[in-house]
Design a protein around this ligand. Structure first.
Ligand code: GTP
Ligand code: MG
Length: 519
């Protein structure tokens, strides 16, 4: 600001101000009267006030923009609850071109799921099967002093005849080599365990009272039998998963702009489609074999219910030119390690739209310590509880019933003070499997004594679960005004899930974001 006339000036300051063109222009006229000076100072003060206001508004707008245009949704729930499948449904709905372009990359995962199912059958019907963990008889609480529960005792169930077993083992032997090859294709040598085997379902691993996992469980060992393939946070595996042998590195992905799917992989002798084609007949024979099915049933190995089940589609999937359908991709199983982010822009009428960020986390106990940092600025949580799992135990700790783990996890999420202002949407998931299980005569009461003698049908059981989860929320939420939204879901069902996602989107926008005037 220019100096008032009356202020004393040294020759030095005068010299400096005269050498500055701005100062020269802004300098008061040499003969300025007192009233002119007052008027000028008032005008300058007003101008400064206006300029400061504009600066403040710009700052506010920038901060608002940042806050307003991103909606963050966290998918939570135990391992195999359906989080990644829900994320795939969001992708299929909002970025269908990208989803279609990636379908071909899932071919290797689907092959691996199928090959592992065959290997699991061979193991289960063998004279020396790996015992399956027995379902826990009743749900109490997952405490460190839970008694060890025995594995299903296979010794009193005879295996299939030795000759038959040897025959299947011989004709299906190439699948063991293929399994290794597929793991190699999905793993990246330059990355640290991009895809690897998960922990063995352990009978002796430490049990934690915290459903959010313990540090000890972080160091779970990797193993092969019964282990699972895991997906790291990077998506690089998708680029590598398509091609083998001479095709390695070529045509890695479809062209998402044109929708063109790469072709010609069947000309590569290294491609897995050839081994699969050769073993197709034997795979069909194994899965269709009456003796095999009886032993599986007697040994309580229910593959139909397990993740990545493609045994009813062997013919289609082992065809040389097989390209996964959307439905195949939704059913493919790859365990998540770390946190995977997916973002998309949701347009709202003529406005620019809102950016959504969906975070998919690993749900196994040794993954849960990675969740907390995401609680800080999340707008909504979709919690998935697989209600069909009432008779199953955790892969990472066979002393803990899966439904019990879900209830404990739910309790710790709804009672979390950091999440008090966050919308929570509960997906009681895998309802299709729940219905099939109840129809097959599996009784909830055998695993959850508190169910008493209520009818063992889908309506009664689902209502019971809804009340159970609802009550825990009511009891433990630090925010009594929070409304809980509960959906019965089968997230592999695209049509139904897209309707639910639309509904959930509206809930999140209308409810949670009303405060920041998004709508
Ligand atoms: N039948 C049926 N299968 C489902 C449903 N939801 C998920 N699945 C399948 O269950 C398996 C596990 O689902 P994911 O989405 O990978 O589970 P997740 O919660 O991401 O598991 P982690 O990554 O280990 O935390 C996949 O093969 C899915 O296709 C469902 O509602 N019904
Ligand atoms: Mg996952």
């Amino acid at each position: 600001m220019a100096k008032p006339k009356s202020e004393p000036t040294t020759p030095q300051t005068r010299r400096r101000s005269l050498s500055d063109p701005f100062a020269a222009i802004l300098a008061p006229p040499p003969n300025e009267s007192q009233s002119d000076r007052d008027r000028r100072l008032k005008a300058e003060a007003n101008a400064k006030k206006i300029s400061d206001n504009i600066d403040e508004l710009l700052k506010q707008e920038k901060a608002d923009k940042k806050k307003k245009q991103v909606v963050k949704v966290l998918l939570l729930g135990q391992s195999e609850s359906g989080k990644s499948t829900t994320l795939k449904q969001f992708q299929l709905m909002h970025t269908p071109a990208a989803f279609a372009a990636e379908r071909i990359a899932w071919r290797s995962v689907i092959y691996l799921n199928l090959v592992r199912s065959i290997i699991r059958i061979l193991d289960a019907v063998s004279p020396t099967p790996t015992p399956e963990p027995a379902p826990r008889q009743s749900i109490s609480s997952a405490s460190s002093d839970s008694p060890d529960i025995p594995s299903n005792d296979f010794s009193n169930v005879p295996p299939i005849p030795q000759a038959q077993y040897e025959y299947f083992k011989t004709v299906l032997a190439p699948l063991f080599g293929l399994e290794d090859k597929l793991i190699g294709a999905l793993s990246a040598p330059d990355e640290d365990e991009a895809v690897r085997l998960g922990p063995l379902p352990s009978k002796s691993s430490s049990s934690s009272t915290s459903s959010l996992g313990s540090a000890k469980e972080k160091n779970a060992t990797n193993g092969k039998v019964g282990g699972e393939f895991t997906l790291h946070t990077t998506n690089n595996w998708k680029k590598k998963a398509f091609s083998f042998g001479s095709f390695r590195g070529k045509h890695a992905m479809s062209n998402s702009a044109t929708g063109d799917i790469p072709t010609g992989w069947w000309e590569d002798p290294e491609d897995p489609c050839h081994v699969l084609g050769k073993c197709r007949g034997a795979m069909l024979e194994l899965w269709g074999d009456g003796d095999v099915r009886s032993v599986l049933e007697a040994r309580r190995v229910r593959l139909e219910e397990s993740s990545g089940f493609y045994l009813d589609e062997i013919d289609r999937i082992t065809a040389m030119r097989y390209v996964p359908t959307d439905d195949d991709v939704l059913r493919a199983r790859l365990k998540t390690i770390g946190v995977v982010e997916h973002s998309f822009l949701l347009s709202r009428g003529t406005s620019r739209g809102v950016e959504w960020k969906i975070y998919d986390v690993g749900g196994a106990r040794n993954q849960r310590q990675a969740w907390a940092p995401y609680f800080e600025d999340v707008n909504a949580i979709i919690f998935l509880a697989p209600v069909s799992a009432f008779d199953l135990v955790l892969a990472e700790d066979s002393r803990v019933n899966r439904l019990e783990d879900s209830l404990l996890l739910w309790k710790s999420v709804v009672s979390n003070k950091l999440l008090a202002g966050v919308n929570i949407i509960l997906f009681l998931n895998k309802c299709d499997l729940l219905q099939a299980k109840l129809d097959a005569g599996v009784r909830l009461n055998d695993h959850m004594v508190s169910y008493g003698d209520r009818p063992n049908d889908y309506d009664s059981v689902s209502k019971y679960f809804r009340n159970k989860f609802g009550l825990l929320h009511q009891q433990y939420t630090p925010n009594k005004d929070r409304e809980l939204y509960i959906h019965f879901t089968s997230v592999t069902d695209t049509k139904a899930t897209h309707t639910i996602i639309t509904n959930v989107r509206d809930i999140i926008l209308k409810g949670n974001l009303k405060e920041i005037q998004l709508i």
